[in-house]
Design a protein around this ligand. Structure first.
Ligand code: ATP
Ligand code: MG
Length: 279
């Protein structure tokens, strides 16, 4: 897909605020500041002047050191918390609370254990006041794409961790959101399962063409999946680099991980995270 919206390999704080008119920006975040009060006294400045623009249909991966504010930024994008300064918009409208236009998947699969997979994945539609009939065909298709066909009547404990995470992704897509937010969804999986999940997530994304923001600690995962990899500084979190990934899709783990562009980007991101090249 086109990567024209954000200039690659430039200072992200400048680039991210200048969307290319050729593409529609789905998310616009400008000047985001988040301060957490603490009981012990000193407030924690978690995010400091974060600017981020994500185009409609784009897959953006967010990497940064532990505690730099990635989950904070995701929660703000999901409308689950409020920023202390700055402005967020989704499709031109301010983000001021949770919305059925945004699907979220957290690090631990949060399926309800007393519901079957079908009951879990259809829950947002049912509690959102929509008729299941209006989404049933689409959800059955998502289940098929996610490789969960035949498991609809199983309970979460009967599925592997990877399958549960796929079900959580299907649930996040159930209401046909514009935006999918993923916070380290595969962090608890072993390396090979994770690689397989990356390929499957790419397949789901290619089929659904949602806008995705994925947080990950894995540089390989970020480069494998992203149209862009956005690198954050240690806390207070700022965006220090915005790198375009121009590898063709669909990407196959066996080919992509050894590709010179993958290796070069991964090396550059590692350098940034180690503090070697950060401004
Ligand atoms: N509810 C909260 N109250 C106070 N401080 C918080 C709260 N949530 C997060 N923080 C602090 O804000 C900073 C950013 O936290 P956040 O969870 O966003 O980091 P992260 O980048 O997601 O880290 P990780 O990679 O370890 O998940 C951290 O210093 C954290 O201690
Ligand atoms: Mg986090």
């Amino acid at each position: 897909m086109s990567l024209a919206m954000i200039l690659p390999d430039t200072d992200a704080s400048a680039a991210a605020t200048e969307p290319d008119a050729r593409r529609t920006a789905l998310i616009h975040a400008t000047g985001i500041v988040k301060i957490y009060p603490t009981v012990s006294g000193e407030p924690v400045l978690a995010l400091d002047q974060v600017n981020l623009a994500v185009a409609d249909g784009e897959f953006v991966c967010l990497v940064g050191p532990s505690g730099c504010g990635k989950s904070t930024l995701l929660r703000l994008l999901a409308g689950l918390d409020r920023a202390d300064a700055g402005h967020f918009s989704l499709a031109g409208r301010p983000i001021d609370g949770p919305s059925s236009e945004v699907g979220v998947v957290f690090q631990q699969a949060t399926l309800l254990p007393w519901f079957t997979i079908w009951q879990n994945v259809t829950l947002p539609v049912r509690v959102g006041g929509r008729t299941l009939v209006s989404r049933e065909t689409a959800i059955r298709e998502l289940i098929r794409i996610a490789g969960l066909q035949g498991f609809e009547n199983k309970f979460p404990y009967e599925l592997s961790g990877g399958m549960q995470q796929r079900a959580a992704i299907v649930r996040a897509l159930a209401c046909d959101p514009k935006l999918l937010l993923l916070d380290e969804p595969f962090g608890s999986l072993d390396a090979l399962t994770r690689e397989k999940m990356n390929a499957e997530l790419q397949r789901i994304w290619l089929a659904s063409r949602k806008t995705v923001v994925l947080i990950t600690h894995s540089i390989d995962e970020a480069v494998f999946l992203g149209d862009r990899v956005v690198v954050m500084s240690p806390r207070p979190g700022r965006i220090i680099r915005d790198l375009a990934v121009k590898l063709p899709r669909p990407r196959l783990p066996a080919e992509t991980f050894g590709h010179p562009e993958h290796i070069a980007l991964a090396r550059e991101i590692r350098g940034l995270l180690e503090g070697g090249d950060a401004p």
